[in-house]
Unconditional design. Sequence first.
Length: 256
Amino acid sequence: MIMQSEKKSVVTDMIDQAVAALDFDQLHKTYWEQNEFLVIKQFLSRRFVEDVLVPQAHGLQTSLNRNYIPGHKKGGSVSYYTVLEKGPLFLDLYRSASYRDFLNRLVHADLLLCPDNDPHSCALYYYTEPGDHIGFHYDTSYYKGARYTILLGLVDRSTRCKLVCDLFKDDPAKETRHLELITEPGDMVIFNGDKLWHAVTPLGENEERIVLTMEYVTNPEMGRFKRLYSNLKDSFAYFGLKTVFKRALSGQFPSS
Ligand SMILES: [Fe+2]
């Protein structure tokens, strides 16, 4: 059991209630039947997300880093470093004891928060300009252990920008199952990063999509060269050179 000594915030309280209301046995069965992939529609209510979390997500938008990799990715990101400074509500969710306990039971692992020098640990992705998207990829773990991704829909004013997933793509013995998902405010997606082949389709005109992403690992160690590769990828594809390397090289990370 993970202990949490701090005074409960409105988010922590809501997460505790949301976790307690889940049909764990059914979700557990579905997660494993779907090759470590699960969608929980309305894990948090749309109203709670829009009233409490979306204002903070819009506030963080001033710290957005936009990126463009022709043929693969276009969009905006706010890193964990910014969330640490200005996004306490998202940290409450990321660190929630009841939520982490639920995840541990779901994925059969003792999940840890990412080290503080990983800008993806708890970050936000913004699809705000026409054509913003990301091509197909795995959330490959460069850590010595597995890496799990959790997405929480915050804003979804879009008919075109969808999370598309090919389940079982990594399993040659199984037929691939193609899914196209809308992540409405409060919807949660949980998956093992090395197993889910996924993409986000391009945003249309006058549309907006914002997603919170959280990352947990089974072993926070990473080799030096994999860390360098990971930092370079994060610099160009997500958060910018200055953000990633200033923090990665400083060696002074707040504790989590
Ligand atoms: Fe991804």
